[in-house]
Design a protein around this ligand. Structure first.
Ligand SMILES: [Zn+2]
Length: 273
């Protein structure tokens, strides 16, 4: 859509998800955007389109588990800059902007749309393995939720995985990295989140490039991401790759690539359980 261009360009400056701009990244929400079960059709997937979704992909029986998936940002965020800029609890006793618009590839494929699509495939894979899945938002054309709610919506889940992609200014950075809250709400939560991050790093590194700028496991401990800070269950943000790197942008823009991101994340969640 042509009207996405200014929005997504702005996102490059606003996205909090990266080496450069991370502060606005992990987001949250308005009460109207309660965690919702979403039809596969609305997420661009369908039962017939998920032949790879199986316990085999996840590698574990997740019956009885509830997994919270937070697809980063939202497609309508740029339409309501006032709401998106409104302060919300940052989980550290301060406040933070409700959300940001996210980043985009050079051809304006948006981070929120990417995250939404990966979340759909991931949900299919996890449900095929027996898990219950809740999502932080119900579509990709709304506003929010704010970052604090992107943590608290997972209160009754076993684990929270937030899906993002990074937007560095340079096109050279490449690879995924995984963010954990440091310090965590408790030592136990921090340890479990770190174990989850290592599990995901391992499963993703089997398919994708780890960004070693974040260390050998491509894990980035950060104190400033409100979604993680407000989570009461083990939680990570997966920055799947660099949207401005041409090679990774091509993968993210392809449905097959997004399905592979989802499968790698699903395998890492299965390993962690
Ligand atoms: Zn992001």
């Amino acid at each position: 859509m042509t009207d996405r261009r200014p929005t997504l360009r702005a996102a490059l400056a606003l996205c909090g998800c990266g080496v450069l701009l991370l502060t606005g990244c992990a987001s949250p929400t308005p009460a109207s955007d309660e965690p919702t079960r979403v039809s596969p059709e609305s997420m661009g997937t369908s039962a017939s389109a998920s032949p790879t979704a199986s316990v085999g992909v996840v590698g574990a029986d997740l019956s009885g588990r509830t997994i919270a998936i937070d697809p980063g940002h939202n497609g309508g965020n740029a339409k309501d800059p006032e709401a998106i800029a409104s302060p919300v609890p940052d989980g550290r006793g301060g406040t933070k902007a409700c959300n940001t618009t996210g980043t985009a590839t050079d051809s304006d494929y948006g981070e929120s749309e990417f995250a939404w699509s990966v979340a759909g495939f991931l949900r299919d894979d996890l449900e095929a393995a027996g898990a219950s899945v809740i999502l932080s938002r119900s579509g990709d054309d709304g506003v929010g939720p704010c970052v604090d709610e992107r943590g608290t919506f997972a209160d009754d889940a076993d684990v929270l995985v937030s899906i993002h992609a990074n937007g560095s200014e340079s096109t050279e950075p490449k690879g995924f990295h995984i963010i954990v809250a440091d310090p965590g709400k408790s030592r136990k939560l921090e340890d479990e989140s770190t174990r989850l991050a290592k599990s995901l790093s391992g499963s993703m590194a089997a398919v994708f490039t780890p960004n070693k700028a974040y260390g050998k496991d491509a894990i980035s401990p950060r104190p400033d991401l409100a979604g993680l800070n407000n989570a009461s269950v083990p939680a990570v943000i997966v920055e799947c790759g660099e949207m401005r790197n041409p090679d990774e942008a091509a993968v993210m823009e392809s449905e097959d690539g997004r399905r592979r991101y989802a499968e790698a994340i699903a395998a890492g969640i299965g390993d962690w359980f």
